[in-house]
Design a protein around this ligand. Structure first.
Ligand SMILES: Cc1cc2nc3c(=O)[nH]c(=O)nc-3n(C[C@H](O)[C@H](O)[C@H](O)COP(=O)(O)O)c2cc1C
Length: 198
């Protein structure tokens, strides 16, 4: 699954993700591109009810996206850079995945790839943040594609970058075939420690 977090329809992020999905298809995968453009996805309101129920109470387009994320064996997180960081749409979706907190309802063991497009500064920050997310979700990290492009569709001129996206798709299918399984005894842990964690 390719998750395009650009609000710009048919923009550079979406184009590169599309290329990656073609690579994945060539490797035998069933693929789907999900674009946030035109979708209504509210920010997490911090109610923490999902901690008890495993479900998010906000009934918006994220509910459908939860199902798609859970069904996917591999997810490419794609975002443009907005003000030196991932776009707010990407962060909003990431925050909402706090509801995917059950062993049978989580992103663990899925393959995670990254595509980031920016015109100037901030690409590496988003790449690092997305990788950290992938690792802490106990996913298997695949490659990343970082692209410099500004105007809509400019990435198409970037022959090597387009090829790298295609290869990322192929790689993700090969990694998914390895059926990565995070050892269950280490599944639950605190991310950081302090007096409140005992
Ligand atoms: C609100 C806004 C802020 C942006 N800020 C940055 C930035 O800080 N750094 C950067 O490299 N590019 C920045 N850009 C440029 C986009 O990342 C670039 O145009 C990218 O190709 C957009 O991808 P898309 O076509 O998938 O939406 C910004 C664009 C917008 C609309």
């Amino acid at each position: 699954m390719g998750l395009s977090c650009s609000p710009r329809k048919h923009g550079n992020t979406e184009i590169l993700i599309g290329e990656a999905l073609q690579g994945a298809q060539r490797e035998g995968a069933e693929v789907e591109l999900y674009s946030v453009a035109g979708k209504a996805i509210e920010p997490c309101d911090g109610c923490r009810a999902c901690n008890e129920t495993g479900e998010c109470h906000i009934k918006d387009d994220m509910q459908n996206l939860y199902n798609k994320l859970l069904e996917a064996e591999g997810i490419i997180f794609g975002t443009p850079i907005y003000f030196y960081s991932m776009a707010a749409q990407a962060k909003t979706i990431i925050d909402r995945t706090i509801a995917l907190n059950r062993p049978e309802r989580s992103l663990a063991n899925k393959v995670g790839g990254v595509i980031v497009v920016g015109g100037s500064l901030g690409i590496i920050d988003a790449v690092k943040d997305l990788y950290f997310y992938i690792v802490t979700r106990q996913m298997l990290p695949a490659n990343f594609v970082a692209a410099y492009a500004l105007a809509q569709g400019d990435v198409r001129k970037m022959e090597q970058g387009m090829k790298a996206a295609w290869e990322l798709g192929r790689q993700m299918v090969q990694l998914a075939a390895k059926k990565f399984e995070y050892p269950s005894e280490f599944r639950k842990r605190n991310i950081a420690y302090g007096t409140h964690t005992h």
